[in-house]
Design a protein around this ligand. Sequence first.
Ligand SMILES: [Zn+2]
Length: 187
Amino acid sequence: MFSYMTPRKKTEYLPKLIEIQDGFTCYLCKKPLHGNDWIYEHLDGDKQHNDIGNIRLAHQSCNIAKLNSPEFQIIARNELEKESEKCLKGRKKEDNEGLEHYSSEIEINIKCRNYTKKFITERVVTDGSILYSDALWGIVNDLNEKYNHGSEQAVRRYLNALCSITGKFMITKNAEGKKIIVKRIGN
Ligand SMILES: [Zn+2]
C-alpha cells in the first residue's frame, strides 16, 4: 500500500525535528523557516519511507534547488549517514548487552561443572565410589543453594562428561545392580 506521511505523523515529528535541526530551520540552507514555505523532506527521495531518520524540514525552494545543487545533495546524504550511524550504535549496544548475558551464562556453567568435578573427586577419593543417584541429587541441591542454578539435566550432562572415555571417572554397577561412579582404571 502506498502511504504518504499522515498529518498526525507530521504533528508528532515536528517538535522532534526542531530539536534534531537545532531550531525551526531549513536543514539545507540553515536559515529559519516561516509561513508556508517549508516542507517535510524525505532525505532518500522515497515518499513512503517515513521513519523520522529519513525526514527533515526544508524550505520548499531549497528542496527544489537541491535537484540541481551538488552542495545540497551532499548535505542530504550526510544527514542520512548520520542517521544510519545512530542506528548502528543502537544495535551495537543491544548486541553487547546480549553478550554480557551470554558470558554470565557461560561463567555459571563453568562454576557448576567445576563444582561437580570437585564433589565427585572428593567422594571417590575417600570412599572409592559414590552412587550415581546420590551424586546427582547431592550436586543439584548444592548448586541450587550456592548459585541458584543447576537443573537435573545440566548435572547429568556434567556427570556424563566427567565419566566419558576421556574423563577421570567412569560409571559402572555395584553388586546390587545400582549405577555407581568410580575412578577410571588406567587414569
Ligand atoms: Zn532553505
